[in-house]
Design a protein around this ligand. Structure first.
Ligand code: ADP
Length: 167
């Protein structure tokens, strides 16, 4: 790696929607790199609540204060996108042991596909280790309070999108 070249990292994910756990990862990741591309995976098998465009808009609104964060999206192999964007690092988060196995498999596969690309893991912040996009959507749907778990832009959009189920 050229020591003078800026370190560019990609933080890939579904971000359906971004949570304060993701935001914590972004803030901490920025201490390690010069430029961070938060990239929404387009061809996920998961059935998303928000479109890629909506997820990118929420990411942009929530990270507005950072001049070195860019929001992107990609299709296909992450290693190809990283090459195209001249990124040398992949940033991922680990919340619990349950994340570890999947993350390890992906990191090893990506290393096999492109050995010069390193995956860097950050442990989730204590306050966020129970937080997931899926859980936030479920709790919101059932009428639970999600303030403090997601940025305000996400709370607003969830209110527009989801009707709270009456018990
Ligand atoms: P994916 O579908 O790729 O898992 P996610 O949007 O769920 O996409 O997560 C993207 C990355 O952020 C993953 O590495 C995941 O482990 C990490 N992550 C998700 N939620 C949190 C959190 N609360 N704290 C730290 N990292 C998280």
């Amino acid at each position: 790696m050229n020591p003078k070249a800026p370190v560019v990292a990609i933080y890939p994910g579904s971000f359906d929607p971004i949570t304060n756990g993701h935001l914590d990862m972004i803030a901490r990741g920025l201490r390690l790199v010069d430029h961070l591309i938060v990239a929404v995976l387009e061809n996920s098998e998961k059935q998303p609540l928000f479109t890629v465009k909506e997820r990118m808009e929420m990411l942009a609104e929530a990270t507005r204060e950072y001049s070195n964060v860019e929001i992107g999206s990609f299709n296909g192999l992450l290693v190809d996108y990283a090459k195209q964007r001249e990124a040398s690092l992949i940033l991922r988060g680990i919340r619990a042991i349950s994340d570890y196995e999947f993350e390890l498999q992906m990191a090893l596969m990506n290393r096999r596909l492109r050995p010069e690309l390193e995956t860097v893991f950050l442990m989730a912040g204590e306050a966020h280790s129970f937080l997931s996009s899926r859980l936030v959507k479920d709790v919101f749907r059932l009428g639970g309070d999600i303030s403090g778990m997601v940025p305000p832009t996400v709370e607003r959009r969830l209110k527009e999108r989801i009707t709270i189920e009456e018990s």
